[in-house]
Design a protein around this ligand. Structure first.
Ligand SMILES: NC(=O)c1ccc[n+]([C@@H]2O[C@H](COP(=O)([O-])OP(=O)(O)OC[C@H]3O[C@@H](n4cnc5c(N)ncnc54)[C@H](OP(=O)(O)O)[C@@H]3O)[C@@H](O)[C@H]2O)c1
Length: 262
């Protein structure tokens, strides 16, 4: 029987999809996000449908108190088997014209929260010799885009962090797994929060949250470190590794202009 899975950002989108699929696999859940009412409603549904234990913890992971509350809960969880660092958000506009507070908040949520929560989770997992951590990164980790500078940079950090830890775990002969999940455009509340018109992005580029999460869990079962759902995005990532930087910069600039995000 699987143990406990903790999912940050479980009140909507990919986080809620992780909660549903992990409950269907028999995991007990600890759901974290700011909107406690959403978490409660999801917890009731999952408990009723899958008869698993679902706990909720309303916390803002950009605050010291919110992060500490989740971190302490992890240190106390002796049955923690999976941590999904999923909470995140995007911004629009140029870095040098943006509010620095929001940029800092993004770094707290995409970097400091996964850093502290992963540290807390791995200690027990390595001791018990089982478990894993998924970081919900993005295809943006492989790119640098005007209008999304901090977003690309923080997602790139997630990939580097997951890669480094997987080497460290392997060199310690630990079976604990790491994954950086790198989705492309996915239908969630992410773009609604930005007030972004999804119609500006061609339909064939949109992925469904359930598909992205199913690919992540399939990759996790197989011990895949980097998971890029969808063949289109696999091509994008492969190209990002072989095309010259100058060409990539030109393409990325044109793409951001076309969708109105530069
Ligand atoms: N959608 C895409 O196209 C796409 C593509 C690639 C990667 N991603 C990544 O996927 C992850 C999930 O995003 P999504 O697409 O599912 O968007 P979403 O529907 O907006 O979900 C974001 C989640 O993060 C939580 N959250 C935001 N700020 C938080 C904070 N300060 N403290 C705690 N929780 C917070 C939100 O809950 P509350 O508001 O209730 O706190 C929500 O549950 C993000 O890391 C995003 O970067 C998304």
């Amino acid at each position: 029987m699987p143990g406990l899975a903790l999912i940050t950002g479980a009140s909507s989108g990919l986080g809620a999809a992780f909660a549903k699929q992990l409950a269907a696999r028999g995991y007990n859940l600890l759901l974290v996000a700011r909107r406690g009412d959403r978490l409660e409603a999801l917890a009731k549904d999952l408990d009723w449908q899958h008869h698993v234990r679902v706990e909720t913890l309303a916390a803002d992971l950009t605050t010291a108190e919110g992060l500490a509350a989740v971190e302490q809960r992890i240190y106390a969880a002796e049955d923690l088997e999976l941590l999904v660092n999923n909470a995140g958000f995007g911004t629009m506009g140029k870095f040098f014209q943006s509010a620095i507070e929001v940029q800092e908040e993004m770094h707290r949520l995409h970097v400091m929260a996964p850093l502290r929560l992963t540290r807390a989770a791995l200690e027990g997992m390595v001791e018990r010799g089982r478990g894993g951590v998924i970081l919900v990164s993005s295809v943006a980790a492989f790119l640098a885009a005007p209008g999304s500078v901090s977003y690309c940079a923080t997602k790139r950090w997630m990939n580097a962090f997951a890669e480094g830890l997987s080497l460290e775990l392997a060199s310690s002969a630990s079976p604990v797994k790491m994954q950086a999940l790198c989705p492309g455009y996915t239908v969630t509340e992410f773009h609604d929060r930005l007030g972004y018109d999804r119609g500006r992005i061609p339909k064939f580029l949109w992925l469904e949250a359930d598909f992205v999460v199913a690919e992540s869990l399939k990759g996790f079962d197989r011990g895949r470190l980097i998971v890029v759902p969808g063949w289109i995005y696999k091509v994008v990532v492969a190209l990002s590794k072989v095309l010259p930087l100058g060409l990539l910069r030109k393409f990325s600039k044109r793409q951001q202009k076309a969708i109105g995000r530069d």
